[in-house]
Design a protein around this ligand. Structure first.
Ligand SMILES: NC(=O)c1ccc[n+]([C@@H]2O[C@H](COP(=O)([O-])OP(=O)(O)OC[C@H]3O[C@@H](n4cnc5c(N)ncnc54)[C@H](O)[C@@H]3O)[C@@H](O)[C@H]2O)c1
Length: 312
């Protein structure tokens, strides 16, 4: 099948491109390289359009002839959105509308989307169920909620088969540290490898449902191959609940090192706890088995080590 991955030069997108090609699919990517890297796709036979999803001409070039779209392009990060809500809105909401309009114009009938667990925001219920009320705490979370609702509305209004996944904390090889909006696992591993203390926002009791990128890509590919759609958003996580302090213990085990910790102020917009109810995911994707945190952290740590070895 011909798959278009928007944001395919990013962390999840490049992992998905690699997996899709290995399964015999053809892959097109559109990415403006605002937060992604062209070299994430090195050695992969993808048809690459360097451009913004907000640019309809570029978007249409990328959309022509595809069977399914996996729409991942977005400006991620809660703190980035707090600093610049308009940029987040333009990329994540206007950009999504541009992708949907392009899909509609080209008669592309299957669109998958990456929403976020951040939409649950102030709702304290655990685990998070898709029909629970949502109350975003940041412009990023609002943008993801608006975009997922657009995606689902295009399903009902225009008969496109759509599936809006709510990703939780995705991690794995290819997720970089070294920038101000980096995610927690790369930040921790990077600090450990530099012999620096691991920076913890708050007391470390915040918890997350970490999902390995390989597991996320398996679900996405399964959805493409069986053309799965759903009228409601679907949590893409497996119901685990790991505090930051527990995560550090796991990283210590995997790396055979004893990390130092540095506590900092909690960050605005961060939800305290996050854990998915995955009944819906399980019923739509009964065959997908998640990679465990230990296995996933081992692969991630090895990827960081290879990067360091390559620099030496
Ligand atoms: N990684 C996570 O834990 C997580 C959690 C929840 C949701 N998500 C969502 O999953 C998707 C992928 O996340 P990721 O971690 O791979 O992020 P990423 O930043 O690595 O990838 C996003 C890609 O989109 C590209 N992009 C941004 N704006 C664009 C535009 N206007 N036009 C074209 N390309 C553009 C970037 O250059 C980048 O390559 C995002 O939509 C993100 O919001 C990720």
């Amino acid at each position: 099948m011909q798959i278009l991955i928007t944001g395919g030069a990013g962390f999840v997108g490049s992992n998905l491109a690699r997996m899709a090609l290995s399964q015999g699919h053809q892959v097109k990517v559109i990415d403006d390289l605002s937060t992604g890297y062209r070299d994430n796709l090195d050695g992969l036979d993808v048809d690459f359009v360097e451009g913004s999803i907000n640019d309809r001409a570029q978007m249409d070039r990328a959309m022509a002839g595809v069977d399914s779209v996996v729409h991942l392009a977005a400006l991620g990060s809660v703190p980035r959105s707090i600093e610049n809500p308009i940029a987040t809105h333009e990329a994540n909401v206007d950009g999504t509308l541009s992708v949907l309009e392009s899909a509609r114009a080209h008669g592309v009938g299957h669109v998958l989307f990456s929403s976020s667990s951040s939409v649950y925001g102030l709702n304290p219920a655990m685990p998070k169920q898709e029909r629970e009320w949502v109350r975003p705490m940041s412009p990023y979370a609002v943008s993801k909620l608006a975009a997922e609702q657009y995606v689902l509305a295009y399903g009902t209004a225009y008969g496109i088969d759509t599936l809006a996944f709510r990703f939780f904390n995705v991690y794995g090889p290819g997720q970089r540290a070294g920038h101000v909006y980096a995610a927690v696992i790369p930040v921790f591993i990077d600090a450990l490898m530099k012999g620096e203390p691991l920076p913890i926002n708050g007391d470390g009791s915040n918890s997350r449902d970490f999902t390995f990128v390989g597991t996320v890509c398996r679900v996405l590919l399964d959805a493409i191959e069986r053309r799965v759609s759903n009228a409601e958003p679907v949590n893409l996580a497996f119901g685990t609940n790991t505090t930051l302090l527990e995560l550090i213990d796991e990283i210590a085990e995997v790396s055979h090192q004893v990390p130092e910790k540095l506590h900092r102020e909690p960050r605005a917009g961060d939800v305290a706890h996050s854990q998915a109810n995955n009944d819906s995911l399980r019923s739509l994707f009964p065959d997908v088995e998640p990679v465990s945190l230990t296995e996933g952290l081992t692969a991630t740590y090895e990827w960081f080590q290879q990067g360091r070895d390559a620099q030496e």
